[in-house]
Design a binder for this molecule. Structure first.
Ligand code: S3P
Length: 173
C-alpha cells in the first residue's frame, strides 16, 4: 500500500480512532486535521466557531489540508465537513491520496452523537444533524473507497476492514 489515506465521514464515525490504528499498522504518520486546527488557533474548535465563524474555520481547514496532503505518506482523519468542499476533494485527489468513507448507519451515529456531542459546534440537535448528514451523504459517496461498518466493530477491526478494502480496490494500487 503506497498512498496517503484520508478518512472521511460524518461526526462520530470513528475517523480518529480508526485512523490512529491504521497509521500504526502501515507505519504511516497520523494527522488529525481537527487537532491541527486547534493547534493553529490555540483554542478548541467550538471557540473557533464562536470567535471567528465557520468561514474562517473552513479556510484554515483547507490550508491545513493542503499543507499536509503533499507531504510524506500519512493517514489523516479529516473533519466531518472537509469532504463537502470541492476544493478539498481536489487537494486530496491531486496529492495522489485515497479517500476512504467510513459509512456507518445513521442510527448508530445518531445514538453516539446524542450521548456526546461536546466539542462539535455543527451538531445543533438530532434533527439538524440528520439534515446535515443527508445533505453530505452524496459528497461522502464520492470517496475512492467506501467501507460499510456496523459501528459495533472495534477500531482495530474497522482498520482491518479499511486495509482489506484498499487492497481489493482496483483503482488504489
Ligand atoms: C465538523 C466536524 C468536526 C470538526 C468541526 C466541523 C463538521 O469534526 O471538523 O467541528 O462540519 O461536521 P469531526 O467529524 O471529527 O467531529
Amino acid at each position: 500500500m503506497v498512498r496517503s489515506i484520508f478518512l472521511i465521514g460524518f461526526m462520530g464515525a470513528g475517523k480518529t480512532s480508526v485512523g490512529e490504528v491504521l497509521a500504526k499498522r502501515l507505519g504511516y504518520c497520523f494527522i488529525d486535521l481537527d487537532q491541527r486546527l486547534c493547534e493553529r488557533f490555540g483554542i478548541p474548535i467550538p471557540e473557533v466557531f464562536e470567535r471567528h465563524g465557520e468561514e474562517v474555520f473552513r479556510e484554515a481547514e483547507r490550508e491545513e489540508l493542503a499543507r499536509s496532503a503533499g507531504g510524506r505518506k500519512l493517514v489523516m482523519a479529516t473533519g466531518g465537513g472537509t469532504f463537502r468542499s470541492e476544493a478539498n476533494r481536489e487537494i486530496i485527489s491531486s496529492s495522489g491520496g485515497v479517500s476512504v468513507f467510513l459509512d456507518l448507519p445513521w442510527e448508530v451515529l445518531d445514538a453516539r452523537l446524542a450521548r456526546d456531542h461536546t466539542g462539535r459546534p455543527m451538531y445543533g440537535d438530532a434533527g439538524h444533524a440528520k439534515r446535515l448528514f443527508d445533505s453530505r451523504l452524496p459528497d461522502y459517496r464520492r470517496a475512492t473507497v467506501t467501507v460499510e461498518l456496523a459501528g459495533s466493530e472495534s477500531a482495530t477491526d474497522a482498520a482491518d476492514r479499511v486495509m482489506a478494502a484498499l487492497e481489493e480496490a482496483p483503482c488504489v494500487t
